[in-house]
Write a protein that binds this ligand. Structure first.
Ligand SMILES: *Cc1c(COP(=O)(O)O)cnc(C)c1O
Length: 354
C-alpha cells in the first residue's frame, strides 16, 4: 500500500453535508458547496450533489474543470483573472466579481459563446479582502453592469472572516440587505441572490439571528471539518475526523536532543533552538514540508511530540509513547482545514476514498 496517504471517509462527509444543509434549509438558505480545499475532488463533489446542495463552487478554474461532468450549476469563487475570463464563462454559470473592467470582458466572452453569464457583485463590509468598499461606487458599477448584454446581475454578496477575521453579525447582514434594497429601488430591478458568506456564518444560523433575506451561503470548511471558523466551535452531531493522514516510519534511532557541532542555519535559513532532554528515541516519517506544515497535524498517539521537518522528513520524539514502533509502522494524524488543503495539493500524497 502506498504512503503517505490521506484517507477520506465519504460517509462522514455525507453526514456532515446532510446536517448543514438541513440547518440552512430552516432559513431557506441554499448551499453552494465549496470544493477548493479538496482540489475539486469529483468524489467529494458528488456526495455534496447527492445530498442536495444547489451548486458547486471553487476558486480555481483547474478544479472547476474536474467537475465538468457533474451536472449542476458551478460558481467561480475567486475574482476572475482577465486571462481566464473565457474559461470562466465556458465552465461556470456564475462568478463573484468586483471589477467593472473584468465584468466587461466576461460580458464580451459570454456574447462570443452565445451565453449570459451570471455575476454576484461583491461588497466589502470591512473584512478588507475582495469587494467594493464605497457604497456610491457600488451604484456606479451596477449602472454599468446593467448596460452589458452578456451579463446578468444575479445577486450581491459579501465575504467575511477571511482576511480581517471580521465576524458575520446580524448588523453586517443587515448592511448587505440595505444595499440590496437601495439597488432594487434605484434601478427598478430585482436582486435574486443575497450571498451572505461562508462557514463562519453558521453561528448566525445556530443562534437564529440570520435575517430571512439572506438566501445563499458558500460553505466549504464546515462540511469537511464539522467546525465553524468564526469562533472555532464544533458543530453538533458532525464528524471532525473525515480525513486522516497516514505516514510511514523510515528510521527509529536513539539520539541526543541537542545537535553535536557548531550550529549554523537549518534547511530553511533559520537558526534552530533545542532543549536538552537527554537521549531520546526518535522516528522519522517519510513526509515533509513540501506536503504539510506541522502546525496543521494532530497526532492520534498523543504521547508523540513533533520535533520538526525538512522538505521530505518529519521528525518525531516517540520516547514517551507506550507503542513499540518499528521501522515500516504507520503513524496516523488528524488534520485541520489547511492541513487537508495542503495534502490534497501535494501530488506525492495518495488519496484513498473509504
Ligand atoms: C473559500 C471561500 C468560501 C468558503 O469558505 P469556507 O470557510 O471554506 O466555508 C466562500 N466564499 C469565498 C469567496 C471563498 O473564497
Amino acid at each position: 500500500m502506498p504512503y503517505p496517504r490521506i484517507e477520506i471517509d465519504l460517509e462522514k462527509i455525507r453526514h456532515n453535508t446532510r446536517i448543514i444543509i438541513e440547518m440552512c434549509k430552516e432559513f431557506n438558505i441554499q448551499v453552494a458547496a465549496v470544493t477548493k480545499a479538496v482540489c475539486g475532488s469529483p468524489e467529494i463533489a458528488q456526495i455534496y450533489v447527492d445530498e442536495g446542495v444547489s451548486m458547486l463552487a471553487d476558486s480555481r478554474i483547474e478544479n472547476i474543470r474536474k467537475l465538468k461532468y457533474i451536472n449542476i450549476p458551478k460558481m467561480f469563487l475567486r475574482l476572475p483573472m482577465i486571462s481566464e475570463c473565457d474559461e470562466v464563462v465556458e465552465l461556470t454559470d456564475v462568478s463573484l466579481n468586483s471589477e467593472i473592467k473584468t465584468i466587461k470582458i466576461l460580458s464580451q466572452k459570454a456574447i462570443e459563446r452565445g451565453k449570459i453569464h451570471n455575476i454576484i457583485l461583491m461588497i466589502d463590509l470591512g473584512d478588507l479582502r475582495e469587494g467594493i468598499f464605497k457604497e456610491e461606487l457600488v451604484f456606479a458599477v451596477v449602472e454599468e453592469i446593467l448596460l452589458l448584454k452578456g451579463i446578468k446581475l444575479l445577486g450581491i454578496g459579501v465575504n467575511l472572516t477571511c482576511f480581517g477575521a471580521v465576524i458575520p453579525t446580524r448588523e453586517k447582514m443587515d448592511e448587505l440587505i440595505q444595499i440590496k434594497e437601495k439597488i432594487e429601488e434605484k434601478f427598478e430591478i430585482k436582486i435574486e441572490i443575497l450571498s451572505g458568506g461562508n462557514s463562519s456564518n453558521i453561528p448566525l444560523i445556530q443562534s437564529k439571528k440570520m435575517p430571512k433575506q439572506i438566501n445563499q451561503l458558500r460553505i466549504g470548511d464546515a462540511l469537511i471539518t464539522g467546525r465553524e471558523p468564526a469562533y472555532f466551535t464544533l458543530i453538533n452531531d458532525t464528524y471532525h475526523d473525515c480525513f486522516k493522514l497516514k505516514a510511514e516510519i523510515i528510521e527509529i534511532q536513539e539520539k541526543p536532543s541537542i545537535p553535536i557541532g557548531e550550529i549554523g542555519f537549518d534547511a530553511f535559513g533559520k537558526k534552530p533552538i533545542f532543549v536538552d532532554k537527554g537521549i531520546r528515541k526518535r522516528a522519522i516519517c517519510a513526509i515533509g514540508k513540501q506536503d504539510i506544515n506541522t502546525e496543521d497535524l494532530i497526532l492520534e498517539d498523543q504521547k508523540i511530540d513533533i520535533l520538526g521537518q525538512s522538505s521530505d522528513h518529519l521528525i518525531l520524539d516517540i520516547d514517551n509513547s507506550s507503542n513499540m514502533y518499528v521501522v515500516g509502522d504507520i503513524i496516523s494524524f488528524n488534520l485541520n482545514y489547511v492541513g487537508i488543503l495542503r495534502l490534497f495539493t501535494s501530488e506525492y500524497v495518495k488519496k484513498f476514498y473509504l
